[in-house]
Design a protein around this ligand. Sequence first.
Ligand code: ASP
Ligand code: MG
Length: 421
Amino acid sequence: MAEVFKFGGASVKDAEGIRNLAQIIRLNTGKQLLVVISAMGKTTNALEDLTYAYVNQQENMHEIFERIKEYHEAIMLHLFGSANHPVFDDIANSFVEIDWILEEEPHDDYDYIYDQIVSLGELVSTKIVSAYLGSIGIENIWLDARSFIHTDNTYREGQVNWNKTTSAIQSQVPGIIEERVAITQGFIGGTSENFTATLGREGSDYTAAIFASCLGAEAVTIWKDVPGVLNADPKLFSDTVKYEELSYRDALEMTYYGATVIHPKTIKPLQNSKIPLFVKPFLAPEEQGTKITESNIIITEPAIIIKKDQILLTISSKDLAFITEEHLCEIYGIFAKAHVKTNTMQLSAISFSAGFDWDERKFHKLKALLERNYTFRYNEGLTLITVRHYKSEMLRKLSEGKTVLLEQLSRHTAQMVVKTV
Ligand code: ASP
Ligand code: MG
């Protein structure tokens, strides 16, 4: 039966990481394996910068692009020793596609341009890894994810066409991986007009879940630079605890509120197909990591999720009338139109407050739409603290020295929007 592995940018950020990936694949020889890989290191951020510089015709655009090329070349030199391997030409040709874009003046829609440029990160990383595996005798085939993951043309947030995707994957992939390991890109898909659409930042986990669910895979493993799913971000807390096992439900809630260990869209397709998800440390592949399944397991260690860059917006009607159901319908419609997803909400007699992630363009649109019928004020630079299976004493500790602007408790989840002063 098929298995899907996913390696993120951190695990392929240098030659050493790629050698380690190869080692993990060797350890799993004999499995029918599809391997989903992200762009190397911080390449996606760099390509985002490049897109921005290009659209705004900034002088530094070529410099940004050069740095991206040099970074990949340095990794290839480490892996292959000299520039004789044909992959060097292959990668140079891939980058030429960006040169062609940069030569033209930017006319197209930003999100469309973004996807055509940013997707290069995954394309080159998988080509390099595939060539390296081949060079050390691990037989593999490089697959273009855009021929399998079919999306609509919502650029930067491609919505998967499940029917097309399922039939493309089911008709081809099982036969391929019976013979050898398949290497493919996370994060990218193809539209019906054969353009590239990305699935949203950090979307490679989601790609792994899509392939797995279409294949009816036995398991998905996400290889990470942490021992598994921890109860809090180790960069922010010192005494973190690893979960041995989690329910899909807890994992879903944790990722929804900002736990970055797994992309939030990953869980649902796996849950629907009852495919277990393992999160394992790529530097210690023999360890158990965390197993996420359909279980009733109740975690005893509360999960703390910190999400920065939040806005809290308080909206009132212009005549300060009570906020009615009609107002709420309209306000919520406006949020949907501006593609703003709320993390928290609260209603009082004459106002409605909502907390969400800061995104300049979306916020701008939201404000413009609200202005017609509503007045509002907002605070920026806030932090959302979510605690799943909270204990009240803990909430006090977490909010110490901070101003709490909004607090909500439900049976299992506590949330606070705070200002650090
Ligand atoms: N490379 C993409 C990103 O950094 C996708 C991913 O890593 O999952 O957002
Ligand atoms: Mg990444």
